[in-house]
Design a binder for this molecule. Structure first.
Ligand SMILES: *Cc1c(COP(=O)(O)O)cnc(C)c1O
Length: 351
């Protein structure tokens, strides 16, 4: 606190990201990073950008990347927005599409950045409870609102919502924007991008941080009606004209173009997830059905915070949230097979 702070800054409640430990030896299963490296073609494309050209500003519109995304999804570049991580894309959407005076709706258990953006942009919100199985009840969202946002699969539960349910939600809310945050869609969900031509109120965001292993590069995107994209462009061009640097544009485009590597690494993560779910169930955990690159699990006899602390002593870090409804759960990222084994060995010893 300082006398130089504005009242606005004093009242901000910032997001707290998962720990990035300085100790390299830890088995890091706490922030849903991909255990496999980025596409070798993406790395080569970034290396090719490292040179004299860095004296020049990057393309403010990131056209090369927009084209790669548009080609991949069969949409036009006017339907694509890109930003510095999907967190930035989401921030612009909150600012430009949800600030209408009425409450934004999202689930009570969800990505904890949403209420932070509401605080930043002065947006009222209502958190609607998930059902007992931690699923979104679509009927609850048929009420007056200033917009709707949820991750699909949801975070931190990993539970996916089907396209039919998303369509019901879109039909019930034709006058407000429905933002589907597909940070984890490539690990087992079905993308709603196939619906953007039918529903002008649908915006779908994705990230290259998880399924394309580029968390360190900071690239996110959104696909939707050109009018929605134009709103995001207006905000972006009033804030930072160059959110993506030269390396990011080249690396992200190459990652989208390398479909073989992408499929192979996603399949490996999915196979590891299924093996981990089975092994954790054998240890007595209740694991929610996951379509993501993490599992959300509780042990009926063990306190989750104590388990997380004990795992840390065994060199394994996982994510624990203090929010009351999920305080007995751990969110565990799917690692490489040897990391998952280290987790299971540690759990075996602790239990
Ligand atoms: C990881 C994550 C993001 C943010 O991704 P970045 O592109 O790394 O900013 C957005 N939404 C959800 C639900 C996430 O889990």
């Amino acid at each position: 606190m300082s006398k130089f702070w504005s009242p606005f800054v004093k009242d901000l409640v910032p997001y707290v990201p998962g720990e990035q430990p300085k100790l390299a030896k830890l088995v890091k299963l706490n922030t849903n990073e991909n255990p496999y490296g980025p596409s070798p073609k993406a790395i080569a494309a970034m290396q090719a950008e490292l040179g004299d050209n860095l004296r020049l500003y990057p393309d403010p519109n990131s056209d090369r990347l927009k084209q790669a995304v548009a080609d991949y999804y069969g949409v036009s570049t006017a339907q694509v927005f890109v930003g510095n991580g999907s967190d930035e894309v989401l921030a612009h959407a909150f600012h430009g599409l949800f600030q209408h005076g009425r409450s934004l709706l999202f689930p009570d258990v969800t990505y904890s950045f949403y209420p932070v953006y509401c605080g930043l942009y002065g947006i009222a919100y209502e958190a609607l409870p998930l059902d007992e199985q931690f699923q979104i009840r679509v009927e609850d969202y048929a009420r007056p609102n200033g917009g709707i946002i949820f991750p699909n699969p949801n975070a931190p539960t990993g539970c996916a919502l089907g396209l039919a349910a998303i369509e019901r939600l879109l039909k019930a809310n034709p006058d407000t924007v429905v933002l589907v945050d597909e940070a984890y869609i490539d690990f087992g969900g079905e993308t709603a991008i196939s619906l953007v031509n039918q529903y002008p109120n649908l915006l779908v965001s994705q990230t290259l941080s998880k399924s394309r292993s580029l968390a360190g590069l900071r690239v996110g995107l959104a696909v939707g009606h050109p009018d929605l994209i134009e709103a995001l462009e207006r905000i972006k061009n009033s804030f930072n004209s160059y959110p993506l640097d030269r390396m990011a544009i080249a690396g992200a485009a190459a990652a989208f173009e390398d479909q073989a590597y992408f499929q192979q690494t996603c399949q490996a993560v999915i196979a590891s997830r299924e093996a981990l779910v089975a092994a954790m169930s054998d240890l007595g955990f209740e694991v929610l059905p996951s379509a993501a690159n993490f599992v959300f699990a509780r042990h009926p006899q063990r306190d989750a915070a104590e388990l997380a602390a004990a795992l840390r002593e065994h060199g394994v870090i996982v994510r624990h949230f203090k929010q009351q409804r999920i305080a007995q759960f751990l969110r565990i990222t799917i690692g490489a097979p040897e990391q998952n084994q280290a987790l299971l060995d540690a759990l075996g010893q602790i239990l």
